[in-house]
Design a protein around this ligand. Structure first.
Ligand code: PGA
Length: 253
């Protein structure tokens, strides 16, 4: 049985005060569920990681980072290493979020190095994959997702794969209010699970959690989660509102 996983990606939002309030609100609202029935993670901006870790300590809510760098230390101005994330109490880290790929220009190869660096540093990577609208319209969805996945996981053995979560986030659905239908999500999730089975074997594929992301909200969470291969939600906008995010955690339980 795959435990449902709901993660809130705060992106470049909140401040020192509201980040702690939001984290505390989530921990309170999800108490009894977080860490038990549902894996819950909040993913604040780097500068608020430490205070958010302190705010959710012993509550069952985990903390993730939005990105990381592939080297362990040195002259990489502005970058953050896996060890630094671990040091402040982070467990999860997003790798290859669509905004990193399409706004900041990260390649599949670079994202793959991030996944490997995350695991090497004792973190649990959430590898984000997904197609642009033009790619979907051009019938390229499976090809793009397969490339994201194969390059993103290149070099990982089955032994390392248990650390990895996949997030399918169609780029056209992110922040647009245009959610994939539950059927569209299920189709791609099933495709991803099949690919994982080819790459790492059926058992690993059955154990890997595949999250959906892209305008998921309190109103559509239950229907998305009712799909066989949708194991959780990676939530942007709706994770900034305590009540909405808690409803989504409850809907996933
Ligand atoms: P959204 O973002 O829920 O605001 O569409 C999802 C994401 O980018 O992870």
């Amino acid at each position: 049985m795959r435990k449902p996983f709901v993660a809130g990606n705060w992106k470049m939002n909140t401040d020192s005060r509201s980040s702690v309030e939001l984290a505390q609100g989530v921990a309170k609202g999800a108490s009894g569920l977080a860490g038990e029935k549902v894996t819950v993670a909040v993913i604040p901006p780097f500068v608020y990681l430490q205070s958010v870790v302190n705010a959710v300590r012993s509550t069952g809510v985990a903390v993730g980072a939005q990105d990381l760098y592939i080297e362990s230390k040195g002259a990489f101005t502005g970058e953050i290493s896996p060890a630094m994330l671990k040091d402040v109490g982070c467990n999860y880290v997003l790798c290859g979020h669509s905004e990193r790929r399409h706004v900041l220009g990260e390649s599949d190869e670079f994202v793959g190095k991030k996944v490997t660096a995350a695991i090497g540093g004792g973190l649990l990577p959430i590898l984000c994959v997904g197609e642009l609208l033009s790619e979907r319209d051009g019938g390229q969805t499976e090809a793009v997702v397969a490339r994201n996945l194969k390059t993103g996981l290149a070099g990982l053995g089955t032994d390392k794969m248990s650390a990895v979560t996949i997030a399918y986030e169609p780029v056209w659905a992110i922040g647009t209010g245009r959610t994939a239908t539950p059927q569209q999500a299920q189709e791609v999730h099933e495709f991803i699970r099949g690919l994982m089975a080819d790459m790492f074997g059926k058992k690993l594929a059955e154990e890997t959690r595949i999250l959906y992301g892209g305008s998921a909200n309190a109103g559509n969470a239950k229907e998305l989660m009712s799909q066989k291969d949708v194991d959780g939600l990676l939530v942007g906008g709706a994770s900034l509102k305590v009540d909405d995010f808690v409803k989504m955690i409850q809907a996933s339980a």
